[in-house]
Design a protein around this ligand. Sequence first.
Ligand code: PLP
Length: 395
Amino acid sequence: MASNRELFLMNTAQTSNSPRMVEVERAEGVYVYGPKGEKYMDLVSGFNVSNIGHRHPKVLAALQEQMDRYLHVTVYGEYIQAPQVQFATNLLAVLPNTFGSVYLTNSGAEAVEGSMKIAKKYTGRRQIIAARKAYHGSTQGALSLIGNDEYRKAYAPLLPEIDFIDFNVMDDLAAITEKTAAVILEAIQGEAGIRIPDVAYMQAVRKRCDEVGALLIFDEIQTGFGRTGRLFAFEHFQMVPDILMLAKGIGGGMPLGAFVASKEIMDVIKDNPMLGHITTFGGHPMSCAAAIASLAVIQEEDLVAQVAVKEALFRELLQHPKIQEIRGLGLMMCLQVANFEQVYNISTYCAQQEVMIDWYLHCETALRIAPPLTITEDEIRNACAVIIEAVEKYA
Ligand code: PLP
């Protein structure tokens, strides 16, 4: 009989010619376990998802309770489902009161799609401005915003009237005009290899959008839910976007996304035509039950407050002459090395030692580190020892 390894390559669509091929038996906390007793430390959090670790007991309890009540009952937006209503309410309670309505999706890309639609409908404009080196997802609308020609060309034609500016470059803000429906930016560019904008830049973007009547949409799909040392990264910039897009860490390991706006902006979606943006599974009750528990864990365990201390420990332990820079904010960090060969060799060696780090879509000279926020000091020490060993060998 074929092994799962063989069936994976044969029967499941491949997204590259070099998948990591780690077979998963179970996962718990910061660890992913393989069938032969492998114990991988997950320093990537399943790509910024497992902020509270894998299979947090409070998430499991919430799932169990919801499972005993109901799974899918009907499409999003028709019946009153307590997990959706309560999660939306809890989410709004931790956001500034300029936000007043939550639309729940299945994924990040769908939050991006919905946000683009409400921005166009609300402003009556068509142009959307995104940033070079941005990543907002792989559906055709979200892909239209990808700041990388190679990816756009391969799937052209994509959406019209998308224009690009350089991230964190003040002069480019003049491109935002009365024709602009929305500016879509990651709060911190992730796939570009962690690019942190200046506070003054983000405030200038906000001001420019206000001047010309464009909406400012923040993609906090990687940065949300405590990852950067604040519950949401926009808090670092002392400004508030008009639309906030969330996913990944929102659901405690369950698939969920959301876009959040004022009630006035969100209400454009409900008529003219009615049902112009609908989803069957968006805001699945199991995912929302998990999201309620996950947000409560972040608050009750005071995880956000611990991020800065853990970041400082990583920075202290990862000092090495061959690591050119540790770029990041909170536990969203990257290690800048010389070339892709080093990135590949270092991450491969770490994987062999059962410490999982990774790389980025638009930056081939940096290593990705984004552990669960629950990682302990001892775990950080063990992980960093392996990374330094890899850097000694391969950088
Ligand atoms: N936006 C950002 C910043 C992302 O990193 C991602 C996914 O990696 C997305 C959007 C798309 O999210 P999803 O993969 O859930 O569609």
